[in-house]
Ligand binder design. Structure first.
Ligand SMILES: Cc1cc2nc3c(=O)[nH]c(=O)nc-3n(C[C@H](O)[C@H](O)[C@H](O)COP(=O)(O)OP(=O)(O)OC[C@H]3O[C@@H](n4cnc5c(N)ncnc54)[C@H](O)[C@@H]3O)c2cc1C
Length: 423
């Protein structure tokens, strides 16, 4: 008999852990609270002629683990050069960088270079990205731009993002700068990871008892026993003690859990009767409320679909708007960004995906505020030889907040479980 392992959570981390365990001859059982696999990867198929990614959408890096997995699964990838083709708007329509006034183009380049430079230049003391930029001479306008171009991607405010954790991420992430979308979405990739696995759906785990005799997990009114357990639920749920542990988690783990913050993340999809933009549009941004827009079906320019993705305070504001107010305000900003008033009346449908309202996510993905950069390895550390933690927030050796980081964290925890029975 191989090592038996209960994996709590059928998101990217949990499925990757279970698949790796199964390949190695162990016996994983995945326990999932939702009636579906995928967690923060979820698709909607009825809204447009392409699947809509309500959560994760892009693969960040040509060397990301997801690129190799997609190749193994026979899933094609569509490249997209979002940052190279960025269009920025100051007052009017969004312009390609080459058409911006020199000063603004140079400012965007300087922000990018400073951000990437954090990798070499460990910020000490750890301070927010905003304070780090101010200390390097950037003004309020530049910090507001960094909030959109750098911090929003991290599901955080620029005022609350640890520079030291960003520096760690920049050093650890070896995936590279290129970006892709899996053609057909992330769904088929997860289905491929899940093939042949024993997965119990609709079973929220509420208690994990752990000790030298193994683990007992209470989920959906049943008790599951195994040699070890990997917990992959979002750290936001650990913080509100959605799962209790017996014996309770130690002080280092509790301190690490408390350090993370998970802000809301909201994706808005707008369908039109035809595209009111050119085929080259991949990504546009400004400092407005609806700050970042892209073409989710970029490789299919005939598909009249746009996505607006906002996080943190902007998402909090937007989440409080009713559909009509939200649609009106978003289309107003979009009309200015595109220089195309027709989009106000030519929208044929809007879809909202608000992760802050999801009880099994409680937000988008977790970030660390200044002064807490040690929390990622502490969250990732095994609590005992029988109790392990994975999930995007634990991906301290990779890029957290991503699918590939979550997958690598699952592989790390699986390897630790496999050592349990090694001589
Ligand atoms: C809007 C949005 C956009 C994103 N865009 C991208 C992107 O473009 N590219 C990218 O790489 N990443 C992106 N991400 C991040 C990416 O989705 C996550 O990093 C990754 O999917 C997290 O995987 P995970 O397994 O760690 O967590 P999850 O996917 O959250 O999986 C955890 C699972 O645990 C389950 N669970 C929770 N509580 C319990 C319980 N008590 N018992 C049993 N099961 C439980 C949950 O239902 C969930 O299925 C995005 C995320 C969001 C929200």
């Amino acid at each position: 008999m191989g090592t038996s392992v209960i994996v709590i959570g059928a998101g990217a981390a949990g499925l990757a852990a279970a698949a790796r365990l199964r390949e190695a001859g162990a016996e994983p059982t995945v326990i999932e609270a939702r009636p579906r696999i995928g967690g923060r990867i979820a698709q909607e198929h009825g809204f447009a002629s392409v699947p809509i990614e309500l959560g994760a959408e892009l693969i960040h890096g040509e060397g990301a683990a997801t690129v190799a997995l997609a190749a193994a699964a026979g899933i094609a990838l569509a490249p997209v050069d979002r940052y190279g083709s960025l269009r920025w708007a100051a007052d009017g329509p969004a312009c390609p960088l080459a058409e911006l006034p020199d000063a603004r183009r140079e400012l965007i380049a300087a922000l990018g270079a400073t951000y990437r430079g954090l990798a070499q230049d460990e910020p000490a003391p750890d301070r927010s990205l905003a304070d780090e930029l101010r200390a390097r001479g950037f003004d309020a306008e530049a910090v507001a731009m960094a909030d959109v171009l750098l911090a929003q991607t991290c599901c955080a405010s620029v005022e609350d993002l640890s520079s030291a954790d960003l520096a760690r991420e920049l050093r650890a992430d070896r995936a590279g700068p290129l970006e892709f979308r899996p053609v057909g979405g992330y769904g088929p990739l997860l289905a491929w990871l899940a093939r042949g696995l024993r997965i119990v759906l609709g079973a929220p785990a509420t208690m994990v008892r752990h000790g030298p005799d193994g683990v007992r997990v209470i989920a959906g009114g049943r008790t599951y026993a195994a040699d070890a357990c990997i917990v992959t639920v979002p750290v936001s749920l650990l913080a509100v003690e959605r799962i209790r542990f017996d014996p309770p988690l130690g002080p280092e783990k509790r301190e690490a859990i408390a350090a993370f913050r998970t802000e809301p993340a909201t994706k808005l999809f707008f369908r039109f009767d035809r595209p009111y933009w050119d085929a080259g549009l991949a990504y546009m941004a400004h400092t407005g409320l609806f700050s970042r827009w892209w073409t989710p079906a970029h490789h299919r320019p005939e598909v009249p679909l746009l996505c607006c993705y906002i996080t943190a305070e902007r998402a909090r504001v937007v989440d409080a708007l009713d559909d009509e107010a939200l649609r009106r305000a978003a289309l107003e900003e979009l009309a200015t960004l595109l220089g195309e008033p027709a989009v106000r009346s030519r929208c044929t449908g809007m879809l909202r995906s608000a992760w802050g309202a999801d009880p099994l996510a409680l937000g988008g993905y977790a970030h660390l505020p200044p002064g807490t950069a040690g929390a990622r390895p502490a969250l990732a550390a095994p609590e005992s030889p029988w109790l392990h933690f994975a999930g995007e927030a634990t991906a301290y050796e990779s890029n957290p907040q991503t699918v590939h980081g979550a997958i690598e964290s699952g592989w790390r925890a699986a390897a630790a479980c496999l050592r349990l029975r090694s001589p």
